[in-house]
Write a protein that binds this ligand. Sequence first.
Ligand code: KG4
Length: 360
Amino acid sequence: MGKPIVILAIESSCDDTSAAVIVDGVLCSNVIASQKVHEEFGGVVPELASRAHQLNILPVVDTALKRAEVTKENISAIAFTRGPGLLGSLLVGTSFAKGLALALNVPIIDVNHLQGHVLAHFVEPSKELIAQTPSLQSVEIKHPSFPFLCLLVSGGNSQIVLVRSYNDMEIIGQTIDDAAGEAFDKCAKVLGLPYPGGPWIDKLAKLGDVSKYPFAKPNISGYNYSFSGLKTSFLYTLRDMLKEYGVETIDELAGHVPNLREDMCASLQATIIDILMKKLKKAAQDTGIRQVAVAGGVSANSALRQAFMDYGRKYHWEVYVPPFSFTTDNAAMVCQTGYFKYMDGDFCAIDEVPYAKTTI
Ligand code: KG4
């Protein structure tokens, strides 16, 4: 038997420091350190994110190697998120990957974060990792075949991607202003909910009426999205109610309007999902592709996951919904992409630098 192929991956594009290890195509560890420091600011503070990555990166990588039961000397290559993301955050992961690779004399592999989100669908966790991770036990782990459509929805992106192979992806639709996650987070902030607001809206929406507040829906051509009008409509609905009841704060308003936050969250969430799914349905109809996946942080949303199941049944799609641990930022998806690139001999020069913005 030959030497096993061991890929170490590092993800540090925003406010999660993560490291993962794949051995011969099987994910053996995926360690994520989330940064709580941003909560009090209602959003990610780039400088604080970079500093927290500096503190977290060594213990996170060390833990990932230990959990995978490999040593540094076993590493075949190091994959890292090169972009898009916050430049200071990316620099921490990129510099660490380069330094370790030079010391170990192994190649580095640059990974596009968005490509990583899509390829999260190909991660094959080990039996041991599944046994240790409850979220990996809650969904069936299955991999799409090519071509498939992927709705990629995160804090910074909302795209419909036509995936022809792991290295041939075309964005056929995308937001022309805010991302879906941004709409969740900004509206949550207006309601006085903590950051990130998406999970809070998900939770409160379960107790609300989806048809209580009819918010504006965009009328955009093709497969593109827009969420800025919805955000304004949400804001104006609250502004008008504050005026009507002669109060100044959301807390005061909630004293007058029973179930205010729950109904606002339920109506907002239902509108976002309706917008996302209708364009996806159009793309599936026009392309004739019946394999449809969802990826990115917003794919953790329980109602969006349910909508996928419902559309799947109704339109005869084969749907692919990732386990929760592979939805928000994680190094497992970076490692999977790195593994594919390693098998192709697709390495990165040591003098390449991170990028803040790009598409797939
Ligand atoms: O993919 P991700 O972790 O980071 C980016 O690369 O942007 O996505 C973060 C986004 C945030 O906007 C967050 O509010 C949203 O994902 N999110 C959710 C849920 N969990 C995370 N949005 C709605 N419902 C959720 N359960």
